[in-house]
Design a protein around this ligand. Structure first.
Ligand SMILES: [Zn+2]
Length: 266
């Protein structure tokens, strides 16, 4: 089976624990893209039930059942239709289920799709089984961000974070160009660069994420005016907060431009 994610770090850690037959009993996958989270969970779940030599082999009976979503030892848990939250009863059922032996595979796997939809009571119910997990059971929790869950849950899980990789290359390139232009060019070109962001708050958020990472990288490198970059880095947090308000987007991009320009040339 093709590994479903390009992050080299995640790929090697997942393939290592699968190859050494040490799949953690609790895994948390965080990332903004639900489909990417789910694909990684499916890969791990399939590997956990696979009979083949190089799990997930993709050709054994267990792999086939997993691929069509009907493997008896892989359970997907999500909030019931029309309900916003995963109920504590669903978690109690899952807990009881976890003590039933696997039907045909080496592991039982529970993928909790909207783990952040558990309230504190449901999370505490889950915590009990994470603390003393039955043998050969794997829990995979999917969340947009780990910060949406209790610390006690986070600390029980091996975290696989897709958040950094969710960064689009085009925003990284844009962030680099922004920094270059700041150092040598006019406000006009900066504004022109940021204009596409006026159409999308989501894109503006991605740009700011990319910018904070690129600025941090350049700060470490120590190549250009570190003090100015440092101030820019602090400013990005301010812009991120501002993006949460209903600020007019063309005002937003011109504010970033003029503030950053003034700050670099101080
Ligand atoms: Zn297989």
């Amino acid at each position: 089976m093709i590994f479903p994610c390009e992050n080299v770090r995640i790929k090697s850690s997942v393939q290592n624990f699968i190859a050494s037959h040490r799949i953690p009993h609790a895994i948390m996958i965080e990332g903004e893209n639900e489909d990417s989270n789910l694909r990684l969970a499916q890969y791990i779940a399939t590997a956990a039930v696979c009979d083949g030599d190089a799990a997930p082999c993709g050709s054994c009976k267990n792999c086939h059942l997993a691929a069509v979503g009907s493997h008896p030892d892989i359970t997907y848990v999500e909030s019931l239709e029309g309900k916003k939250n995963l109920s504590v009863n669903q978690i109690r059922d899952l807990r009881a289920d976890a003590f039933v032996r696997a039907h045909s595979a080496a592991h039982r796997v529970f993928v909790i799709k909207d783990a952040h939809r558990m309230n504190a009571q449901a999370q505490n119910a889950l915590l009990k089984v994470l603390e003393e997990p039955p043998k050969n059971v794997v829990f995979i929790l999917l969340v947009p961000s780990k910060t949406m869950l209790l610390d006690t849950i986070i600390s029980r899980c091996v975290l696989l974070s897709l958040i950094e990789t969710a960064l689009d290359d085009s925003f990284t390139a844009m962030a680099d160009e922004f920094i270059d232009l700041l150092l040598l060019d006019s406000e006009y070109n900066l504004l022109k660069l940021l204009t596409p962001l006026e159409k999308s708050r989501v894109d503006a958020g991605k740009f700011l994420n990319a910018l904070s990472i690129r600025v941090a990288t350049k700060l470490k490198g120590g190549s250009i005016n570190a003090r100015a970059l440092d101030r820019l880095f602090d400013d990005i947090k301010y812009y991120q907060d501002l993006l949460e308000t209903n600020i007019n987007m063309s005002l937003f991009t011109s504010l970033i431009t003029s503030r950053s320009k003034a700050l670099i040339n101080k």
